[in-house]
Write a protein that binds this ligand. Structure first.
Ligand code: HEC
Ligand code: HEC
Length: 224
């Protein structure tokens, strides 16, 4: 993590700290519905135009505070903070559930931000972000990694797709922030519990550091 962006991240965390209304119930998961129930609820909302537009409106409100780090409409400008714009809704909900249940580890602050959302708000935020357009990076920022493409086509394409857009529950990787991609792959590989997924553990186990850099370099310039 480079020093200037880290300093900026810390500053943003302070801004977010003062703008986030952290309710007293943060961390209380006693009334937490099962992930399956939340995914079913999201599906139902998506299928009903009236409920969907209401959820999108509420999602926009709840996601206002996320902008400080994740950028306007979920288009991040910080290297270690992921884009959320046009990320797949089922995946976004799953990750927020994982943060809430302690199955994915991040800074206490980031976890607190998610735990401060009610289950309904998590669904609304996931739907809202999944519909935000992606801001494309300037052509100057694009350098293609042939080695990254070879590895991706061999190991990753079966799940994440040739265009890197995944499915409802498999994350979109195209255009993702390069530092964030490297961090995520390193975390799955390390098996230290920050990010736990048996499939990703299996597919990162034998990657070298240079493989991770090449894969991230390839994915970040893939048209989002
Ligand atoms: C202080 C900065 C900050 C704020 C504010 C913030 N986030 Fe994050 N968020 C991060 C960072 C950094 C990560 C990457 C964490 C990791 O992988 O450990 C992240 C990761 C995520 C992820 C996982 C994305 C993926 O691709 O797997 C989701 C979902 C998310 N944040 C949602 C939110 C929502 C919703 C809000 C607002 C309620 C929010 N964040 C506010 C910094 C922030
Ligand atoms: C068998 C299916 C499968 C294969 C093959 C696979 N992935 Fe994944 N990947 C997933 C799933 C599922 C997740 C979400 C896991 C979680 O909940 O953390 C994921 C998550 C990720 C993430 C985190 C995205 C984010 O927004 O945080 C990255 C990066 C990633 N995969 C890259 C790769 C790369 C690179 C390869 C090839 C070396 C690969 N994946 C191969 C299924 C797969």
């Amino acid at each position: 993590m480079s020093t200037p962006s880290y300093a900026r991240l810390l500053r943003l965390m302070l801004i977010a700290l003062f703008t986030a209304a952290a309710p007293a119930t943060a961390g209380d998961t006693s009334a937490e519905p099962t992930p399956a129930a939340l995914h079913a609820q999201m599906k139902q909302i998506s299928g009903d135009p009236g409920s969907l537009s209401e959820a999108l409106r509420r999602g926009q409100q709840s996601a206002a505070v996320c902008r400080h780090c994740h950028g306007a409409g979920g288009n991040s400008v910080l290297p270690e903070v992921p884009n959320l714009a046009s990320q797949n809704a089922g995946y976004l909900l799953e990750q927020m559930n994982k943060f809430t249940l302690g199955q994915r580890k991040s800074s206490a602050f980031m976890e607190g931000m998610i735990k401060a959302l009610t289950p309904d708000e998590r669904i609304a935020v996931a739907l809202f972000l999944s519909q935000q357009p992606v801001v494309r990076k300037p052509a100057a920022a694009r350098t293609h990694s042939a080695a990254g493409k070879r590895l991706y086509d061999k190991l990753c394409v079966s799940c994440h797709g040739a265009d890197g857009r995944g499915t409802d529950t498999i994350p979109r990787l195209a255009g993702q922030q390069v530092k964030y991609l490297e961090d995520a792959l390193t975390r799955y590989r390390s098996g230290n519990g920050e990010r736990v997924d048996p499939r990703m553990a299996a597919y990162t186990r034998n990657l070298k550091d240079t493989d991770i850099r090449n894969l991230a370099a390839y994915l970040t310039v893939l048209q989002p």
